[in-house]
Ligand binder design. Structure first.
Ligand SMILES: [Zn+2]
Ligand SMILES: [Zn+2]
Length: 263
């Protein structure tokens, strides 16, 4: 059983209103041993000021709640940092600006668009929009090292108007992303939010298997919850996917160092 949810958001993220304490309390109530908050920081977001994290206020509240729950649950200090190939220095400075336990590097933006909104795919088309997003992710991973895992690798598919998604259509670029991530000693995450949006956790099972084939070992598990009720949601599906891909362990980062926990 997976007892660590290491991708969660509270009201310190622009797209959540949940008090941080509620996320931690929900993790405890669901029987977890570890929860990592990973609030959003996205630089250069189309709407000025959105997804700009107040790190000192976040850290202060996290330390307060960590203290309150210290005898019952481990509470880790993480961030989900939006990858941008064209500003690696800004990302690097941010990553070093606090003593984070864990940094998820996630591609959320492309060409000044947030593909959550329809304009991006209207301009790019379904398949081409996905391909271009992966190309940009590859450029980001080439340009930047200071992250621990790549977040929700095929997240773009959640918003694509083309519902059919076969990773083999993007094999070349996906292989490059995975090989580079392995060679940099980084991990990927399995993100169970995909179950409610696509019917399976991110990334697609073929991508997860390919990660293993290419020598990938580090996989963290996260719900991407933005409210207490979604903490550890669909973790049974994430566990099945990990086992089916041949993994015997999942990973938790503390002070940016991985430890492996038996499934
Ligand atoms: Zn994300
Ligand atoms: Zn997230």
């Amino acid at each position: 059983m997976i007892l660590a949810d290491v991708h969660t958001h509270s009201g310190f993220s622009s797209d959540s209103e949940e008090p941080l304490r509620n996320i931690v309390k929900a993790a405890l109530d669901k029987g977890l041993k570890t929860v990592c908050l990973t609030e959003h920081q996205d630089f250069d977001y189309p709407e000025e000021g959105e997804f700009a994290l107040d790190v000192p206020a976040y850290q202060e509240e996290l330390l307060r709640v960590r203290d309150e729950f210290s005898d019952r649950l481990e509470v880790l200090f993480g961030v989900e940092l939006g990858l941008l190939s064209y500003m690696p220095d800004t990302l690097r400075d941010f990553a070093k600006s606090a003593n984070f336990d864990f940094i998820i590097g996630s591609s959320h933006q492309i060409d000044g668009f947030d593909p959550y909104y329809p304009e991006y795919f209207e301009k790019m088309g379904g398949k081409n929009g996905i391909l271009h997003f992966f190309d940009e992710m590859l450029a980001s991973v080439k340009a930047f090292d200071d992250f621990d895992v790549l977040g929700h690798l095929d997240y773009i598919v959640r918003y694509s108007p083309e519902k059919r998604y076969d990773p083999l259509d993007y094999r070349e670029v996906l292989d490059e992303i995975l090989k580079l991530t392995v060679s940099k000693g980084k991990g990927i995450e399995i993100n169970s939010k995909g179950v409610s949006t696509l019917g399976y956790p991110h990334p697609h099972s073929l991508v997860l298997k390919r990660w293993k084939e290419l020598g990938g070992e580090i996989v963290t598990v996260g719900s991407d919850a933005h409210e207490g009720a979604r903490v550890a949601a669909d973790f049974d599906k994430a566990e099945q996917a990990l086992k089916a891909a041949g993994f015997a362990y999942y990973t938790v980062f503390r002070a940016r160092k991985p430890s492996f926990i038996k499934l």
